[in-house]
Write a protein that binds this ligand. Structure first.
Ligand code: FCB
Length: 445
């Protein structure tokens, strides 16, 4: 095995988390209900009937978690701000106690020399905003920008990097089209107008952040290379259709000035007058956040099927406990592909999420060994380095996740952390991958 590659001294190393997945304390200090509270309370929606009501209790244990970050030695940390903590109703005056929580967290990170990267929307819409139409209502984009301005006003002097939205395509497809995630809508292609509102919210929030002095603003998308199941023209066309929906819908309007023409294959999915917003959507980014887990294989749909593709099984790769195929070279392909597709218009990249779930449990001595995660991370970092060697401008890498946490519809059954969490006791136990990553990020320091 060739030696582990060098990364530039200024490379940003981090871990990522999200508010609903770790904070708990859903009824405290003026936090209002979010769509995830509602969804978790609906029988049959989340594995094991789990909810984020307690999660990792990070709201109370944040000092311990910052101490873990200090021990890890990373120079950055990506977290998300819960909109319902800042505005319980999704509008109007901010809740000072909600802001104070993030204020303390950001202060502690800065004191530890860890650059905060704050995500403004990681899927936890205030329930009242959803009740007024959620991301299908244009007003939500305006309210989101108002909230962005509030948070930037409070934390902007210390937060180094901002992410407006996390993975809007996942929120759209799982939250509004198929109902696997909150808010549990099953609108199928009728969900597509929400893409425009999400992008409008991103653009308006970007402007609000800049007006408050932010100098590093990005959008985080989930990308999955589209692999045709065979070389046959029908399968190649199916892969291209899926690529439009999954990889291009939330990137072309931002980096290439408009929606992909091929979106027409899904009907006439955009709200009337959307053209007038395109300049807002194309507000320049300081960086693009890339979340990568795996490629997707596509085949031609059955005759008369509702969509122009069908997802095919990925065979021949090891899988994580989620059943997701482990394909490190997919990350290299994706990064090189973004550079090829968007050329000079592609801003610098941060890998804002990459990681894996395994059934990690303590051994008889209480230690948690996760060699599969070490192998996964090492292989993916080599893929990042290979993309950089072919000219892609990657500035940072954030492991998903610092802690085992509430994995959405899978509840607590999937463990993605560098740190094991015992949900009975809230004991945190760094896994062997934690020590491995510390070795990577502190090299040469
Ligand atoms: C991503 C989400 C993140 C986490 C990982 C496993 O899609 O952004 O919150 O659930 O998947």
């Amino acid at each position: 095995m060739t030696p582990f590659p060098e990364f530039p001294p200024e490379f940003v190393w981090g871990t990522a988390t999200a508010a609903y997945q770790i904070e708990g304390a859903v009824d405290e200090d003026g936090r209002g209900p979010s769509i995830w509270d509602t969804f978790c309370a609906t029988p049959g929606k989340v594995a094991g009937g789990d909810s984020g009501a307690v999660a990792c209790d990070h709201y109370h244990r944040w000092e311990q978690d910052v101490a873990l970050l200090t021990r890890l030695g990373t120079n950055a940390y990506r977290f998300s701000v819960a909109w319902p903590r800042i505005q319980a109703d999704g509008t109007g005056a901010p809740n000072p106690k909600g802001l104070a929580f993030y204020d303390r967290l950001v202060d502690a990170l800065c004191a530890a020399g860890i650059a905060p990267m704050a995500t403004l929307f990681h899927w936890d819409t205030p329930q009242p905003v959803e009740d007024r139409g959620g991301w299908l209502a244009r007003d939500t984009a305006e309210r989101f920008a108002e909230y962005a301005a509030i948070v930037a006003g409070a934390l902007g002097d210390r937060v180094r990097h901002w992410v407006t939205l996390n993975e809007p395509v996942v929120h759209l497809l799982l939250g509004y089209a198929t109902g696997v995630h909150a808010p549990g809508r099953t609108l199928l292609v009728e969900a597509l107008p929400a893409a425009h509102t999400l992008l409008l919210g991103h653009g308006l929030a970007t402007r609000a952040l800049r007006a408050a002095g932010a100098t590093s603003v990005g959008l985080t998308n989930n990308y999955s290379p589209a692999w045709p199941a065979t070389g046959q023209a029908e399968d190649v066309a199916a892969a291209a259709s899926w690529d439009v929906l999954y990889n291009r819908l939330f990137t072309d309007p931002v980096l290439a000035g408009g929606y992909p023409e091929e979106l027409r294959a899904f009907g006439d999915p955009l709200p009337a007058g959307h053209e007038d917003d395109l300049a807002v959507l194309a507000e320049p980014l300081d960086f693009l956040g890339v979340n990568y887990y795996n490629p997707t294989k596509l085949a031609a749909p059955p005759e008369g099927g509702p969509l122009p593709f069908e997802i095919a099984p990925m065979e021949g790769f090891p899988t994580t406990s989620f059943g997701w195929p482990v394909v490190p070279d997919g990350l290299r392909q994706l990064l090189v592909g973004l550079a090829e597709r968007y050329g000079d218009r592609l801003p610098p990249l941060h890998i804002t999420e990459n990681g894996c779930s395994y059934d990690d449990e303590p051994d008889a001595d209480g230690a948690v060994h996760d060699p599969d995660r070490v192998a996964y991370l090492e292989a993916h970092l080599r893929a990042v380095r290979a993309a950089m060697d072919s000219g892609v401008d990657v500035r940072g890498y954030f492991v998903w996740s610092l802690l085992d946490n509430f994995e959405w519809a899978e509840g607590y059954s999937k463990r993605f952390g560098l740190v094991h969490v015992d949900y009975e006791t809230q004991a945190r136990t760094p896994k062997s991958s934690f020590d491995w990553y510390r070795g990577v990020v502190t090299r040469g320091v």
